[in-house]
Each structure stands twice: as structure tokens, then as C-alpha cells.
Design a protein around this ligand. Structure first.
Ligand code: MG
Length: 316
């Protein structure tokens, strides 16, 4: 562990007052804030892995559904999940925040949500930017490192396909909310308080995962991305996909914002050891059948099924 890095003294002005508010709230959750740019040490022999994720009010979330802390925690978690997908360990978080006046009172709570996501991932806010604007927007850049990042493109014929956790909660919550119906506590927790599978990703990488992706747009969409990137055909048995109580498997595979991991691995993984360590299931759901012509063949109890496409913000 490196020593905590001190913040640089800030000048005067309204924007810096807001930054001071954030820093007071964050305490140890932020490090080295206040210079023009953050400085990071990348562990020797590791490569820098970075990703940006944007959450926009009205596009990615509806204010009434969540507390401000949940809005911010979800945005940071979504970004961290992309580091997990690469089997990278986080080094720091940059927060771009567009704060409309009507959200001004919620700044402390937004800060709390950012801090809780950073804390779970054992990392810190190391910089960012703040602006006024029309819609609350969190543009979260995460920096991490890995000796050998796991990409989407390494799946090989004969690999097994595995996924972490249990799907369907966020999709179920979204359906219920838009219809004004009650949401089960499990589905609500999965939707409002997702977790990035960072430590689980380390286990999967160290047990030979050849390709990995996080389930942000739905399992069916991510399978297609994995197949395309690896130029491989994949067969998935939908009845094997672990789902929440009472949730239909065909709906669960289209459920987005799950932040579970889908990976390919050449050998049989010790799923019992994984479940003991992380208290979530690791389940074999299919295999990589051939290489050369990318595609996904889905069956439900032996019968071919078409999977609903995943979520695409530009397709509606
Ligand atoms: Mg992703």
C-alpha cells in the first residue's frame, strides 16, 4: 500500500467551495485532489487499464427511483465493473460531475455514494471536474492495472462458459417500476445497490479465464459481444442460467445493469471453492463450440430459442 497522498490547497470561488464540500464529505475516500492532474504509480510489470462510464439523469436513471447516494454509487460501480471485466485492480477514480441547481442540496449524498463504491473497491477518488448543467451527469473514469488483462477476444473452441451470480433482478425491478408495481426486496437490492465483481474477477483470471466481459447490457447481448470479439460460436443452455426467485430465465438473460461477469475458461473451474469464497454462485452455462464464424446458439431444455437483444441507449 502506498502512503495516502495529501490534497493540494484550493483557491477561492463557488466551484472550489463545492469541491471543498466533496472533500469534507469524502475524508479518506479521496486522495491527492487539487493539482492539475493526478499522479499514479502503476505496479511494476503491470499494464494500465482504464475505462469511462457516463450516467445521465433521464437516460440511465430516474431520480425518483433512487436516493442520491444510490445514483452515485451505481454510476461508480458501473465503471468499476468494466475494470473487473478486464481482471484489473483499481488504482483510482476520476469523477466528472454535472450538477444542476436542483441537485445542489444532494451534493453530500452524491459524495457518500461515490465514497461507498470507492471504499468497497478499496480505491480512492483522485480527481475530477465539476460543472453546472441541465441534467445530473456522472462521468466516471476508472484507472486500474493488471499484469495480464483479460480481454473479450480470448475465448477458444472447447472453452466452457461461466457466469457469476444470479440474473434477472434489475430487469424485474425496471418492469415493476415502470408499471407502478411492487418490487421484491431481492430485485430491488440488485437494481439499486449493484456490486462490481472485482475480487471474483481476480479469482477467475488466476484460474485460467481466457475471455471475460461484465453483464451491463444483458447476458444475451454480452454473449454476442464475446462471440464477436473472439470470432467464436457459443452454445448456451438457458435453463442453466441462475435466476432470482420466480424470474423467467428468458427474461433474466435480457436483464441489464447486472454487473455480473461472463467468462470463458478452458478447464473445469472449482465452482464450489468460488462459492465458498465469494458467497455467490459460479455456474457453467455453455461452451465455445467452434471458431471462425461468430454466433450464439441458445437452447432451453434442448429446444432452440431466440434471445431478446440486450439494451442499447441509441436503439429506442
Ligand atoms: Mg462492460
Amino acid at each position: 500500500m502506498t502512503q495516502p497522498i495529501e490534497h493540494v490547497a484550493l483557491g477561492s470561488g463557488r466551484e472550489f467551495d463545492l469541491v471543498r464540500t466533496l472533500l469534507r464529505r469524502w475524508q479518506g475516500a479521496a486522495q491527492g485532489i487539487g493539482d492539475d492532474a493526478a499522479i499514479l504509480d502503476v505496479p511494476e510489470q503491470e499494464r494500465l487499464v482504464s475505462s469511462t462510464d457516463v450516467a445521465v439523469e433521464g437516460v440511465h436513471f430516474v431520480r425518483e427511483w433512487f436516493t442520491p447516494a444510490q445514483v452515485a454509487d451505481r454510476a461508480v460501480t458501473a465503471a468499476l465493473s468494466d475494470l473487473a471485466a478486464m481482471a484489473a485492480r483499481p488504482l483510482g477514480i476520476l469523477v466528472g460531475l454535472v450538477l444542476p441547481a436542483r441537485w445542489g442540496d444532494a451534493l453530500d449524498l452524491l459524495a457518500d455514494g461515490i465514497a461507498s463504491a470507492a471504499g468497497r473497491a478499496e480505491t480512492h477518488v483522485i480527481g475530477g471536474d465539476l460543472s453546472a448543467g441541465a441534467e445530473l451527469t456522472l462521468a466516471i473514469t476508472v484507472l486500474g492495472s493488471a499484469r495480464v488483462p483479460v480481454t473479450r477476444s480470448g475465448a477458444r473452441s472447447g472453452d466452457h462458459l461461466y457466469m457469476t451470480g444470479r440474473l434477472g433482478g434489475p430487469g424485474e425491478a425496471l418492469r415493476a417500476l415502470t408499471k407502478g408495481e411492487a418490487v421484491s426486496p431481492w430485485s430491488w437490492a440488485r437494481f439499486a445497490a449493484p456490486v462490481a465483481r472485482l475480487r471474483e474477477a481476480q479469482w477467475l483470471a488466476s484460474h485460467g479465464a481466457t475471455a471475460m466481459i461484465d453483464i451491463s447490457d444483458g447476458l444475451s447481448a454480452e454473449l454476442n459481444h464475446l462471440a464477436a470479439a473472439s470470432r467464436a460460436s457459443m452454445a448456451i443452455e438457458v435453463e442453466q442460467v441462475p435466476v432470482g426467485n420466480g424470474i423467467e430465465a428468458l427474461k433474466a438473460v435480457a436483464s441489464g445493469e447486472e454487473y455480473e461477469l461472463l467468462c470463458a475458461a478452458p478447464a473445469n473451474l472449482d465452482t464450489a471453492d468460488f462459492e465458498r469464497r465469494f458467497e455467490i454462485p459460479l455456474t457453467r452455462i455453455g461452451r465455445v463450440t467452434s471458431q471462425g464464424s461468430p454466433g450464439v446458439l441458445a437452447t432451453l431444455y434442448g429446444n432452440r430459442v431466440d434471445l431478446a437483444p440486450g439494451h442499447d441507449h441509441f436503439s429506442r
